[in-house]
Design a protein. Structure first.
Length: 507
């Protein structure tokens, strides 16, 4: 079958016009999985469709509407089969997901109709004229879930003869995995079951556990590899305290600006960028995008990372570390690393649909993290992999500098508490959800900690973030193949169940 390639490493890099933008586009793809296919001719059968959606679902006096993009595939549908809904996340929806991916394989097995709905404010789904702070108030979890509920309800009515009151199953991964969980929680009468892969269920302002987990994964994989990376970061931290050392690091890592000796924020920005590189290698290690040879499989894996960090022919520890970063820059076709904090603020401040930060969803996602999620990946302890280099203040200042002074730590803390109160955090009380996660995933600390009744969890040893959503391939590890079989078994079980374990009493 046609393989989907999870190539977030390079997708934005190759399409950028300016090298500064390319850095941002990569390092900000924290939870995003973009897809490309080497068989583009098959996309002709997948057409963009448009759904008239309300701007504000919770204000009856506001009658404004907008066009939300969706895709449909009825190729495998037979009367009596379910409807599968792929929930869009923090990126534009891709036609590739309508022809390939694990969920399409499941659709063939269950004779399912397939729909994919794009997330408001991402891709080509434009709810408002622009994305100034006033308009972004409509970018909330509640509005997104209401979009999904309205879509399901309307499509079920419009296609009643075809779909015949069938059951809907939601699919999502990472952030969209959270959305399908919350959709099942808030609209159980509309969505019968859900598959939630590597979902981020618990909102957390200071997500220091991300790099703590990266450090543990590296230590378990190769203790000396972790040691060399930690030592390299410590050396960099000491060197940039002097003018000579800062210039040396700027040259060694080929930074986009000579900025490391004049601002604490710029130093934090530099460490933020290199830490994301290492985090992403761990987070997306060895998923099957490599088998289509779109990216050299030897370049962005734990094996390659640790081989370089242990190879003295590359030079001293810092030389090896720089070689790792240069490898990643090279494979994605860009030349330099990092930029100034001020440049980053200007980038995120862009608010028109054709602006780079908006086009690739980075302004939107920053807004969501600044208003409902947090997820700020800090490193504030000397013994951490990246030392005391990226503070919480860096992120909260970024929120305030981009969106306004009212977007501060106090406001975000209250908002995060509200998010967890509304949706249950890591203990959502919703049934018929299949929670899937891999052992090599730094996002696991925000995942499920309490299994609801009549839901199921699948833990895949040795796999990374969202590995189960990719198409099946002959080289997939046995544990991943087994997990997909388990998903099918649970889907079969849940689809056989009625909406109520006990029939309701008619009053």
């Amino acid at each position: 079958m046609n393989l989907i390639i999870c190539v977030f490493w390079c997708y934005f890099w190759l399409s950028t016009l300016a090298y500064n933008s390319s850095i941002i586009k990569l390092v900000d793809k924290e939870v995003q999985h973009l897809t490309l296919s080497s068989h583009k001719s098959h996309h002709n059968n997948v057409k963009n469709k448009w759904f008239e959606q309300e701007l504000d679902h919770f204000n009856a006096t506001d009658t404004r509407t907008w066009k939300q993009r969706y895709h449909m595939n009825l190729k495998y549908y037979k009367m009596g089969g379910p409807v599968f809904l792929m929930v869009g996340g923090r990126e534009e929806i891709s036609q590739n997901w309508m022809i390939s991916g694990a969920w399409i394989e499941y659709a063939q097995m269950f004779n399912a109709a397939c729909f994919q709905l794009e997330h408001r404010y991402y891709g080509m789904s434009y709810p408002t004229e622009n994305l100034n702070t006033t308009n972004l108030v409509y970018l909330t979890i509640e509005q997104v879930l209401a979009d999904l509920g309205t879509f399901i309800n309307t499509i079920s009515i419009e296609k009643k003869k075809l779909l015949n009151d069938t059951k809907w199953v939601g699919f999502g991964s990472s952030y969209s995995g959270s959305l399908v969980t919350w959709l099942r929680l808030k609209y159980p009468h509309l969505i019968h079951a859900a598959v939630s892969s590597s979902s981020l269920l618990k909102a957390k302002v200071n997500f220091e556990e991300y790099f703590v987990t990266v450090q543990k994964i590296l230590t378990n994989y190769n203790p000396m590899c972790e040691f060399h990376i930690r030592q390299a970061n410590k050396m960099i931290g000491n060197l940039i305290k002097t003018d000579y050392g800062a210039k040396y690091i700027q040259k060694k890592f080929n930074t986009c600006a000579h900025h490391l000796n004049n601002s604490t924020k710029n130093v934090q920005q530099f460490f933020r960028d290199i830490s994301r590189f290492i985090g992403l290698i761990v987070q997306d290690n060895e998923d099957n995008r490599y088998y289509n040879k779109m990216i050299d499989e030897s370049t962005v894996t734990l094996v390659k990372l640790c081989d370089i960090m242990s190879n003295e022919t590359f030079g001293c520890t810092i030389d090896r570390y720089a070689a790792v970063i240069k490898n990643l820059l090279s494979v994605c076709g860009t030349q330099c690393l990092s930029n100034t904090y001020e440049w980053r603020v200007r980038y995120f401040a862009e608010s028109f649909w054709n602006n780079t930060a908006v086009k690739y969803g980075n302004r939107q996602w920053l807004y969501q993290t600044c208003t409902e999620f947090g997820f700020f990946q800090t490193s504030t302890q000397d013994h951490h992999l990246f030392g005391n280099t990226v503070s919480l203040e860096y992120f909260t200042d970024l929120c305030a500098d981009v969106f306004g002074k009212s977007f501060n730590l106090n406001a975000l803390s209250k908002a995060v508490n509200k998010t967890n109160m509304m949706y249950g955090g890591s203990r959502p009380r919703a049934n018929r959800i299949i929670f899937v996660r891999g052992s090599i995933d730094p996002w696991n600390p925000l995942g499920l900690s309490f299994l609801p009744i009549n839901s199921s969890t699948i833990f895949i040893k040795g796999t990374s973030h969202c590995a189960d959503i990719n198409p099946s391939y002959s080289s997939d590890p046995t544990q991943l193949l087994k997990a997909r079989i388990e998903i099918v078994m649970y889907l079969k079980k849940y689809l056989s169940e009625k909406d109520f374990s006990i029939e309701p009493i008619l009053l």
